[in-house]
Write a protein that binds this ligand. Structure first.
Ligand code: SAM
Ligand code: DTB
Ligand code: SF4
Length: 316
């Protein structure tokens, strides 16, 4: 393909073509950009600060506004995080991602200084380091980069039009502002979304259109399926249709050929066959370990068995 599709008008016919021709297209792009052997990156996720968040994101068990059964905890100690990072490294993780249930951070705050120290420690272990701490200032982004952060995760989560139906305490534009700070600081952007929050398939393509407009392009794109959380406004949502998920992954692969597409939350609801189809369509990264931030994830040994069955290597 000479030039990847970028706009909604270009993405839509690609997404809507017969599934098998879409998959043939995405396979070709995948092979050209990742070769035959490049495998699936294993990322370990750790919630370093759980619950008690001021924001009202309608999908999130960590918002203080909903009764979800998730208790607010303090920021983990440096040593405890480092111990988890060592275990991740021993288990073969190529990337260590730390998440905090905050609206955001700014330079000079005590909690931010603690995170910088944690990042410096983890960086020594030689894995890619990713953090997701909410909104950033330019200066906070600069300090994270200096401390050794490889990539900053900040998802758009859905289309600009659907976003205000899901979150009211911050805006889609706020999300973009933080992404710009990350880019200015020279960190890679990890940015994706959630499927299954009552949005249309067009909304998903509009989100992808915004992702395609980012310059530089996102280095990784997490695609989460909503894991409905008891007590949240989205608790009653149905699981997204597997073929819609596969179509979006394939279209993302075609539109962002060099991005790592991370099949993120929701794998516990996907069969082995469905996950295989997601990898076939272009997903080449997962979170491994039996817990995400607060929600469950498939067991490590099941994941290893699946990758072995499929003959997929692991990449760092
Ligand atoms: N507070 C920071 C923020 O909002 O950017 C970082 C943590 S937040 C939990 C990170 C991402 O996890 C969200 O942007 C969303 O994509 C994903 N997420 C949270 N709850 C989820 C759920 N129930 N199902 C699927 N994905 C979820
Ligand atoms: C992302 O896109 N997915 C991860 C990571 N970035 C931080 C988080 C998934 C959270 C799933 C719900 C939970 O564990 O509470
Ligand atoms: Fe807070 Fe992030 Fe959850 Fe929103 S998604 S409530 S900002 S932890």
């Amino acid at each position: 393909m000479d030039k990847p599709p970028k706009t909604f008008a270009e993405l839509s016919p690609i997404y809507r073509q017969p599934l098998f021709s879409l998959l043939e297209m995405s396979r070709q792009v995948h092979r050209e950009n990742w070769g035959q052997k490049e495998g699936v990156q294993l990322c370990r996720l750790l919630s370093i600060k759980t619950g008690g968040c001021s924001e009202d994101c309608g999908y999130c068990a960590q918002s203080a506004r909903y009764h979800t059964g998730v208790k607010a905890e303090r920021l983990m100690d440096r040593e405890a995080v480092l111990a988890e990072a060592r275990l991740a490294k021993e288990a073969g993780a190529g990337r260590f991602c730390m998440g905090a249930a905050w609206r955001g951070v700014r330079e000079g705050e005590a909690k931010f200084e603690s995170v910088l120290n944690i990042v410096r420690d983890v960086k020594q272990l030689g894995m890619e380091v990713c953090v997701t701490l909410g909104q950033l200032t330019d200066e906070a982004a600069r300090q994270l980069k200096e401390a050794g952060v490889t990539a900053y995760n900040h998802n758009l989560d859905t289309s600009p039009e659907h976003y205000p139906k899901i979150v009211t305490t911050h805006s889609f534009e706020d999300r973009l502002r933080t992404i710009r700070s990350v880019q200015k600081a020279g960190m890679s952007v990890c940015c994706g979304g959630i499927l299954g929050m009552g949005e249309s398939e067009d909304d998903r393509l509009k989100m992808l259109e915004v992702l395609c407009g980012l310059d530089p392009s996102p280095e990784s794109v997490p695609i989460n399926c909503l894991m409905p959380q008891e007590g949240t406004p989205l608790a009653g949502q149905k699981m997204v249709d597997v073929f819609e998920l596969v179509r979006l992954i394939a279209t993302t692969r075609i539109a962002l050929p060099r991005a790592r597409i991370r099949l993120s939350a929701g794998r516990t609801a996907l069969s082995r066959e469905a996950q295989a189809l997601c990898f076939f369509a272009g997903a080449n990264s997962i979170f491994f370990g039996d817990k995400l931030l607060t929600a469950p994830n498939p067991g490590e040994s099941d994941d290893r068995a699946l990758l072995k069955t499929l003959g997929l290597a692991t990449a760092s």
